[in-house]
Design a protein around this ligand. Structure first.
Ligand SMILES: [Zn+2]
Length: 277
């Protein structure tokens, strides 16, 4: 085994290609992961976690990579990030209005994706297709453009009556979802939710809430040589080593013959990555 890098782990960098190209991000280094498929790969937690924001050593990671004080104070760790419809920027109580302006008071896209089945999701316009790849979607289609994160939350709320908003990660790691005609699903949803969409347009303006009808479906293929026979998760907090033959990568999951690991869960952990020659 040859150590390829060590440092603070971030979620893998991705590039849309056929298949998706992945890179480990450890500290300042990026190491391509696709060439490691089929080889023995080892990730070892070196015992320290440093907050992604302040760098302070923390016993546990909160909100994927932060120390407890930062989790309580940073805008990106506020409840409204998980529940965008609860955005309180307009009330003047945003934890960090400058951050809010950059990340929330900006164009968002509502999309349909097929990951472990059809789901609706939201993302900043600039995060396409990264968000889809991080979720392991095999198909995706932008269906609405809105002016703020909060509005995207309202639209998602509305569409949730028609489609799920969660990914079943176990199903995701068992195989590819059956292809779906997302254009057809979009039309069904627009029909079913026409009244609700009109209400949002009356409230925020036609410019703010725009259905997208000219988009095409993006197909995403992942580098996968095989799926694990049985899905067990590595837990680096309990056992610091995850090792096995790397079968493939989907979303932010590495799939080994010995188990799976969600890389994102270990953001800010000090990790050493090794690979057999
Ligand atoms: Zn911190």
């Amino acid at each position: 085994m040859l150590e390829v890098a060590r440092g603070a782990l971030s979620k893998m960098a991705t590039r849309l290609d056929a298949p998706v190209q992945y890179a480990f991000r450890l500290g300042d280094e990026q190491i391509a992961v696709n060439p490691m498929i089929g080889k023995t790969v080892r990730l070892e937690f070196l015992g320290a976690i440093h907050c992604s924001h302040c760098g302070r050593k923390t016993k546990s990671s909160y909100s994927q990579g932060y120390c407890y004080p930062c989790m309580q104070k940073l805008a990106q760790c506020d409840l409204c990030i998980m529940s965008p419809e609860r955005c309180h920027y307009d009330a003047g109580t945003c934890r960090d209005p400058a951050w809010g302006e950059q990340f929330c008071m900006t164009d968002h896209v509502v999309y349909l994706a097929n990951s472990s089945g059809i789901k609706v999701g939201i993302t900043r316009a600039t995060q396409i297709p990264t968000r889809w790849i991080d979720q392991g979607a095999t198909q995706a289609l932008p269906i609405m453009r809105v002016a703020t994160r909060q509005q995207s939350g309202f639209v998602e709320d509305l569409l949730r009556s028609q489609v799920a908003d969660k990914t079943n990660w176990r199903a995701l790691l068992k195989g590819d979802a059956a292809p779906v005609d997302l254009l057809h699903v979009r039309e069904q949803i627009f029909d079913a939710c026409a009244g609700g969409i009109t209400e949002l347009q009356q409230r925020f303006g036609l410019q703010a809430v725009q259905p997208l009808v000219d988009q095409s479906v993006v197909e995403i293929r992942y580098p996968i040589e095989g799926y694990p026979a049985k899905i067990t998760s590595f837990n680096l907090d309990k056992n610091p080593v995850a090792e096995g033959t790397l079968l493939g990568i989907k979303g932010q999951y590495l799939m080994f013959d010995t188990g799976v690991i969600n890389i994102r869960k270990y953001t800010a952990y000090q990790i050493a990555a090794s690979c057999a020659a």
